[in-house]
Design a protein around this ligand. Structure first.
Ligand code: SAM
Length: 328
């Protein structure tokens, strides 16, 4: 088990920490929603930024919640944590008796605590059951092994291609299904990693292990990571008070594309065919985008934390007077 608390030995280093806090602008205080609490690194910095800050943290992972609660206990009533999917955050807010938010942070993906917990099966560096559920222990959710045992070959190939951007997705899917048909369905991380390495042909000079993309794809599929993100972003703007900030950190090009397009629509940039008489894409002038280009980690951060390498931060500020639905 890990010790609680931050510092260089904490089991997860918060990514783009200074940049996130700058864009969230917590100096005036108020209630902030940390939609992906994880180990509480960003929440801790928010709570330290001003005594007027309160944080409501959400995570679907009970282990992350245990850690964050211990780490942030010293902030007493200024910090609360709830186990939930951030898709349900409006209900969580209501149950907590809160109405308006000063800021929302979503730091998407997995934490190092999850990734490095051998038995949770996120990594091919250790032999473990192929699980990958963020809400470990929730028996209603399918594990990665169960997904590979059930899905048709074309669907496995689609997941590996779309979420992993793996060019040899069809070949990998074929090998997985052949093995399943031979009565030897994949059960463990190392079985899958070895199969992928053989299917794609592993060269010692390869920069990354050939199974990296397949593992990422499966993790996204098991946890439905892209579903509901757009709705969450829209709903979080509705619950922000005027001038409130939304900051999103993504680690995958598909995620970043969803965030970028949602922020553009919320800033009133209509995506419809200009020949249409009225806007049908839902664009409205509700926010000002604060990051014309995504903010990425500095070389210094990457030297200290290579896991930050694909991070992209986008931020916006809710307008004082939100215009009604745009029709141009
Ligand atoms: C990158 S970590 C956050 C790390 C955190 N900012 C910190 O500094 O410690 C992402 C966290 O989001 C959680 N998570 C991912 N998708 C979620 C969802 N849809 N609802 C709730 N939590 C989610 C994961 O369980 C994980 O703990």
């Amino acid at each position: 088990m890990f010790a609680s608390g931050g510092g260089p030995d904490a089991p997860h280093r918060p990514v783009l920490l200074a940049e996130s806090i700058r864009y969230l602008a917590p100096e005036q205080g108020g209630l902030f929603l940390d939609a992906t609490l994880g180990l509480g690194g960003h929440s801790e910095a928010l709570l330290e930024a001003s005594p007027g800050v309160r944080v409501l943290g959400i995570d679907r992972d009970p282990e992350a919640l245990r850690f964050a609660r211990a780490r942030l206990a010293r902030f007493d009533e200024r910090f609360r944590a709830v186990q939930a999917n951030f898709k349900e955050f409006a209900g969580v807010l209501k149950d907590a008796g809160e109405e308006r938010l000063s800021g929302v942070l979503a730091d998407l993906g997995v934490s190092s605590l999850q990734f490095d917990s051998v038995e949770r099966g996120f990594s091919f560096r250790h032999d473990a059951p192929l699980d990958m559920r963020m809400n470990a222990g929730d028996d209603e959710e399918e594990t990665a092994a169960e997904l590979l045992a059930r899905l048709p070959e074309e669907e496995i190939a689609r997941i590996i291609f779309e979420y992993g951007e793996e060019r040899k997705s069809r070949r990998i899917a074929r090998w997985i299904v052949e093995r399943r048909e031979a009565g030897e369905a994949i059960q463990t991380t190392t079985e899958l990693a070895a199969l992928v390495a053989r299917a794609v042909g592993y060269k010692r000079t390869d920069r990354i292990h050939p199974a990296t993309r397949t593992f990422q794809a499966l993790r996204i599929a098991v946890n439905h990571e892209l579903e509901g993100l757009e709705e969450f972003l829209e709903a979080s703007i509705d619950l922000l008070q005027p001038s409130g900030r939304l900051v999103v950190i993504s680690f995958h090009s598909l995620e970043d594309r969803i965030v970028k397009r949602a922020l553009r629509r919320l800033a009133g940039q209509c995506e419809c065919d200009p020949r249409l008489p009225v806007c049908a894409c839902g664009a409205r002038r509700a926010v000002e985008i604060l990051t014309r280009r995504p903010v990425t980690p500095t070389e210094a951060e990457l030297d200290e934390n290579p896991r930050a390498r694909s991070a992209k931060l986008r931020a916006c500020r809710k307008l004082e007077d939100v215009a009604s639905l745009k029709a141009t």
